[in-house]
Design a protein. Structure first.
Length: 318
């Protein structure tokens, strides 16, 4: 659900708006694979999920996983950003300020930087230094308040400048209007992301991927590289460096992943563990998805009212 207090992407953007200096995004996972698990059970004793069909891997941006469908779409998020800007501008005008916060550029919520590198062409060009995702949403740029009075009304404060401002400032008012009449979800984009990272952790320690890592390690050793698993290789000083050495290691890494199916098994296992997460949190995920779509519909109505010639946003009903 698009709320400043819960959604990673929105939080990151509003941190830029608020100039709060906070950070967000996916933390790099460096879990090492353990080899002392049985072939029939995961470490806590549960039966291993079926592996399923190994996916065909082409490029990093072509990877899909089961939890992807629960993220807010880029279009819905773009509508939300635009509606927030409209509502904030209106609110600021009511308090005597001519202020448009603008809209941010942002990446897609779906970006699977797991088991890298696995694209041979990419490895030959950049080695381990896979470019970050490009922006999927292209905004107008964000504007910061120019003085303390604007800031107080925009964000809300105990200052005398904000005496008549809504709770949470104009940003808070905008968020509340877009959430009006929507389901009260207990999950958020960062919650979905947490499930995805949990699935990765389960996959990396699954005995089937541990076995593939052993085969990968043997393959790398034949080329003169001594690593226990691909995570160690990706975090090595060579991988972190620039120049031909890291490219050569990355190319060998990818070729060994291809010959052992390491990355394909890894993504198949992630999909299997994500399905378990979906089964365990089906109601939460469904409610979250409904809330996200409802907020996007409210945003679309705000934009339609503003662009329809009235110069005033259409208030979401409910």
């Amino acid at each position: 659900m698009f709320k400043r207090r819960t959604v990673v992407t929105i939080t990151v953007v509003l941190c830029a708006w608020l100039a709060a200096g906070c950070t967000g995004g996916v933390a790099t996972t460096t879990a090492s694979a353990s080899s002392n698990t049985s072939s029939s059970e995961v470490p806590n004793g549960r039966t291993l999920p079926p592996l399923g069909t190994l996916p065909v891997l082409t490029t990093v941006d072509a990877v899909t996983l089961p939890l992807d469908v629960y993220y807010a779409t880029d279009r819905d998020r773009e509508l939300w950003y635009q509606a927030v800007a409209i509502l904030v501008q209106e609110c600021m005008a009511r308090h005597g300020f001519n202020f448009n916060p603008g809209t941010p550029s942002d990446r897609s919520m779906i970006s699977h930087r797991y088991f890298l590198p696995f694209d041979l062409d990419m490895a030959q060009r950049v080695g381990y230094h896979t470019p970050p995702p490009t922006d999927a949403i292209h905004g107008t740029g964000m504007k910061s308040p120019t003085n303390s009075a604007e800031r107080a009304v925009l964000y809300g404060s105990s200052s005398s400048h904000a005496a008549n401002a809504p709770a949470g400032g104009c940003f808070g008012e905008a968020e509340n209007r877009l959430a009006r009449g929507t389901p009260q979800a207990t999950l958020s984009d960062d919650g979905v992301l947490g499930m995805q990272n949990k699935a990765y952790g389960s996959a990396i320690n699954d005995p089937r991927l541990v076995e593939a890592a052993k085969k990968w390690s043997t393959c790398m050793a034949r080329a003169g590289y001594r690593y226990s698993n691909p995570v160690d290789a990706a975090n090595s000083p060579v991988a972190m460096s620039s120049g031909q050495a890291q490219i050569e290691q990355a190319v060998t890494d990818v070729k060994c992943k291809q010959s052992t199916n390491y990355a394909r098994i890894g993504f198949a296992l992630m999909a299997a563990y994500e399905k378990l997460e979906i089964e365990a949190h089906a109601q939460q995920l469904e409610l979250y998805q409904q809330a996200s779509r409802a907020q996007a519909e409210n945003a679309a109505r705000v934009i339609a009212g503003f662009t329809g010639g009235t110069g005033q946003s259409a208030a979401p009903t409910g």
